[in-house]
Design a protein. Structure first.
Length: 564
């Protein structure tokens, strides 16, 4: 999983450089989380899923999310999906009996998927068939072969899994704003179910789709990605992990529960069957078009592979590597101490809730590692979704807090020791061998170590003409090369490092102003810098040998000549 800031048992000291990577006074979770986990386990023992009722067409749920009217028009039977997990984006005809379509986007899995469970449940209530549709955009935020290849290989396995559940899978290609309405209107569908993403591009498309659908079609959005739904966790933009942590912890006993048993679709799909998908040619095409950033060899796509990374007997995170997480997760020379789940969480090939449910079973043997892992996976990830959901300018300097914007602009004209172009940064042609190594780890391995991502982004601020340019370059490179790019965690990580989002003001200094500072000497005190540089050099050489080419040349200068 993607980690940008880490847990500490004591608040960082503002006077120390590069001493900590999360806001001060944010360490109290370690004593509180075990109590909440026990509470959630007790709650799960009583009921496998929270059971609530929706009111009829004249009323709304008492736990209605902000700005929605949760009127499903479905009797008063008990529900398998908590109503607070669902937002009604568009009302439909309560007497409609057409098929229910789940437009899958962010949560690309057949198991442990609240959106899929909701779609099947709503279809069964009106004795209608259900299907899953996935829209493959011609271009989406610059995704390359690395991202699209991984996604499509996962979808290939997903199609087989859905068919085993008697749910047809339709792959649409082109613009979703046209494809989704045409598809549903043509089927005389009664409902569109969609999973939740806080990113504005898809949210805008959903608004446009709602406007093009027949009046009789309802649209439900289900947060199947977060353990506590983003609109339930908080109704506002949270300032830091400290302000959202208590809110999430209070809700964990209700939401960190086992999924309900699978209920199959009752009505068989007898309408037009999905077109046969030529996966081989489709994957080959995206690999050819996006060859600038080739696929990765170290991570296999799909739900089965994701479960193996989490729980496998040979190299599973929880089963074989968890004990190292609390002590080694900040050491770039020990990447195996990390979970390795970030690609699967980003593409929704595994549920965050499933990861948490499994992790809590190991708390008796590895309490510190489990607590730290759950803090990162629950609080930090949901904080990122909160930021992108309530701050539409999540990838801009305008999305930073006022104090941070002011201090950055006050120091925007400060003299920089080096100024590098986008091309020089992308090709790792800087005077800093540590930064070069981190950039090349991302380019060739598709995943930069979380500790290095902070240093990497802060140096971009130091070496460019101002905070706007620095943020633009950092997001561009992150989205282009990171396997988990174009993700709320990535945007928030860049804004945390460059713009102080979710952080506090620190001692003022040139260029950075009051933004937290990191430097080469601080990294050297934390880990074996020369060892990391050598590790990445070997990694790049091995990658070139396997692929018979290179993305960029490795540029390393003598670390001993670096200033502290």
């Amino acid at each position: 999983m993607s980690i940008w800031r880490t847990c500490f048992t004591s608040p960082p000291k503002p006077s120390c450089q590069c001493s900590s990577f999360m806001p001060a006074a944010a360490s109290d979770h370690l004593s509180l989380l075990p109590i909440l986990l026990r509470a959630s386990m007790g709650n799960a023992a009583k009921s496998k899923s929270p059971r609530k009722r929706l009111k009829g067409s004249s009323g709304t749920s008492s736990e209605e999310p902000p700005n929605s009217s949760l009127n499903c028009g479905m009797g008063g039977d008990e529900l398998r999906v908590p109503p607070a997990r669902v937002r009604v984006l568009k009302q439909g005809n309560v007497s409609a009996k057409g098929p229910v379509i789940y437009w899958m986007f962010r949560d690309q899995r057949s198991k442990d998927n609240w959106a899929l469970i909701h779609a099947v449940e709503q279809a069964n209530r009106v004795d209608a068939p259900v299907a899953v549709a996935f829209n493959l955009f011609d271009q989406f935020l610059g995704a390359k072969a690395r991202h699209l290849g991984f996604m499509l290989r996962g979808l290939r396995g997903l199609q087989e899994a859905l068919e085993a559940l008697r749910i047809p899978f339709f792959l649409l290609q082109g613009e979703a704003v046209d494809n989704i309405p045409n598809f549903l209107n043509g089927l005389n569908a009664s409902m569109l179910v969609t999973d939740f993403t806080p990113l504005r591009d898809i949210r805008k498309r959903k608004d446009e789709i709602c406007g093009k659908l027949s009046d009789s079609i309802a649209v439900h959005e289900v947060d199947a990605h977060n353990i506590v739904p983003v609109w339930t966790a908080s109704e506002k933009l949270e300032y830091s992990a400290r302000t959202i942590r208590t809110k999430i912890h209070k809700l964990l006993p209700e939401y960190l529960v086992e999924y309900p048993e699978w209920e199959s679709p009752r009505k068989e799909w007898t309408m037009e069957a999905p077109s046969k998908i030529d996966w081989d040619n489709l994957i080959a095409d995206v690999i050819r078009k996006g060859s600038e950033v080739p696929e990765l060899q170290w991570c296999e796509a799909g739900e089965v592979a994701a479960k193996e990374v989490l729980m496998g007997s040979k190299d599973g995170f929880l089963t074989t590597r968890l004990r190292h997480y609390s002590t080694d997760r900040n050491n770039p020379l020990k990447p195996k101490a990390l979970s390795g789940l970030s690609p699967y969480l980003h593409f929704g090939q595994i549920s965050t809730q499933r990861c948490a449910l499994e992790a809590r079973n190991f708390r008796k043997t590895h309490p510190q590692s489990v607590d730290a892992f759950l803090e990162e996976m629950i609080v930090r990830r949901e904080l990122a979704d909160n930021f992108c959901f309530y701050q539409p300018q999540y990838d801009s300097l305008q999305g930073a807090w006022e104090w941070a914007r002011k201090t950055l602009l006050d120091h925007a004209a400060d003299k920089r020791e080096h100024i590098y172009t986008m091309e020089e940064l992308e090709k790792a042609k800087t005077a800093d061998p540590l930064w070069n190594a981190s950039q090349l780890e991302m380019v060739h391995h598709g995943k930069m170590h979380g500790f290095m991502r902070m240093y990497w982004a802060k140096k971009i601020l130091e070496w460019t003409n101002g905070p706007e340019e620095a943020l633009s370059i950092a997001i561009h490179l992150n989205d282009k090369y990171q396997i988990d790019g174009r993700d709320p965690n990535g945007y928030v990580g860049c804004l945390w490092s460059i713009c102080g989002v979710h952080d506090q003001g620190w001692q003022e200094r040139p260029v950075f102003g009051k933004i937290r500072y990191m430097n080469y000497a601080g990294c050297k005190r934390k880990f074996d810098v020369d060892g990391y540089i050598y590790y990445v050099k070997r990694l790049v050489e091995d990658t070139k040998k396997r692929k018979g080419g290179s993305l960029t040349n490795f540029c390393v200068k003598d670390p001993k000549k670096m200033r502290s």
